[in-house]
Design a protein around this ligand. Structure first.
Ligand code: NAP
Length: 314
């Protein structure tokens, strides 16, 4: 009897370790290749842009940057590069750090009225004396390619046709490409910013997920993250999401962009550990970042088409 119990215990031990081995060593998550998908989207947009030009429509983006934030300069440069590659016309408005709210709003209004400008992008952050929400409010929703104006956000909430802000839109495209179904899934988003967390929650809700938004005041964060079928991190803290916070087989999306002590780009997720338990995971770099720019380009082309369509109800 005792021997039988010992053998059963040994079998259970081996089975458990066997499973553990398979989970930790054998099964790695599928990497969601944002970079590759973004390239495919940009290539298709290039073809679409050439077609529009044959019809006499020249898509154009105007970018406004206030001050000298070095990170913003890099983002603006990347956007201009993407425009060049696709054939979208591009103009930059670099404004002095000391510009007044009135001067900024006046420039936005001028661009609203320029027929050849299809999209207006205001690069954040702005210097502290300027109110970014006031500036966003000044942008015509028909040219709001970032999807940040109150009209665009309202239409997103109500389920209308609108510009979806680029990072959430990029994440949704990734789900689509990898056939990741959202209906009935528990989605947990860490982060409630206006540019990522909140619009992403709306997009997931529109796709029939049950959504929880967590933030810095959330009690027992791990309790929420551990039950997520799809966990999205948009926090801005390197390696914040650790393996013990993730349910076995969860889809993990890392929006974060941080620099570690060596100056290397890292996300909000401890990638090397979390990929051992996740079913799908986005890398940083090469995940959500390239998708954000691709979806901005998509929105500029959409703006050009809508503004040149007499029957547009947009
Ligand atoms: P944000 O405005 O600073 O928001 C960060 C969010 O994280 C806030 O809602 C904050 O909660 C929450 N948070 C902070 N500490 C937390 C904690 N200990 N526990 C739970 N929640 C916590 O940032 P963001 O603009 O959304 O950006 C988030 C990250 O995504 C950044 O790394 C940014 O660089 C990156 N990003 C990447 C892309 C891309 O294209 N890949 C685009 C945009 C942003 P509270 O609201 O309570 O403060």
């Amino acid at each position: 009897m005792l021997i039988t119990v010992i053998y059963i215990a040994k079998d259970i031990f081996l089975l458990y370790n066997g499973q553990k081995f398979e989970r930790n060593e054998g099964r790695m998550a599928t990497i969601i290749e944002g970079k590759t998908l973004a390239k495919k989207i940009r290539e298709n947009l290039k073809i679409e842009c050439e077609e529009l030009k044959k019809q006499g429509i020249k898509p154009k983006l105007a970018v406004i940057m206030v001050g000298n934030n070095p990170a913003s300069k890099v983002y603006v440069k990347n956007k201009s590069k993407a425009c060049n590659e696709i054939g979208i016309e591009y103009e930059e408005h670099f404004l002095e750090e000391t510009i007044s709210q009135q001067e900024l709003n006046d420039l936005i209004k001028k661009l609203n009225n320029e027929k050849e400008v299809n999209g207006i992008l205001l690069q954040s952050p702005l210097p502290e004396h300027l109110d970014i929400n006031q500036a966003f409010k000044a942008i015509s929703y028909r040219k709001d390619v970032d999807g940040f104006t109150p009209s665009s956000v309202g239409k997103l909430v109500m389920g209308g046709d609108t510009f979806i802000s680029c990072t959430p839109y990029g994440v949704m495209k990734m789900f689509e490409e990898y056939n990741i179904e959202l209906t009935g899934k528990d989605v947990v988003i860490i982060g409630r910013s206006n540019i990522v967390g909140k619009p992403l929650a709306q997009c997931c809700l529109a796709n029939n997920a049950t959504v929880t938004i967590c933030h810095s005041r959330t009690k027992d964060l791990k309790k929420h993250t551990q039950r997520a079928d799809i966990l999205i991190a948009a926090i801005g803290k390197a390696k914040f999401v650790t393996k013990d916070m993730v349910k076995e087989g969860a889809v993990v999306v890392d929006v974060g962009i941080n620099r570690n002590e060596e100056g290397k780009l890292v996300g909000d997720v401890d990638f090397d550990e979390v990929e051992k338990v996740a079913s799908y995971i986005t890398p940083v770099p090469g995940g959500v970042g390239p998708m954000t720019i691709a979806m901005l380009m998509n929105n500029v082309i959409k703006a050009a088409k809508e503004q040149n369509n007499e029957n547009s109800t947009f």
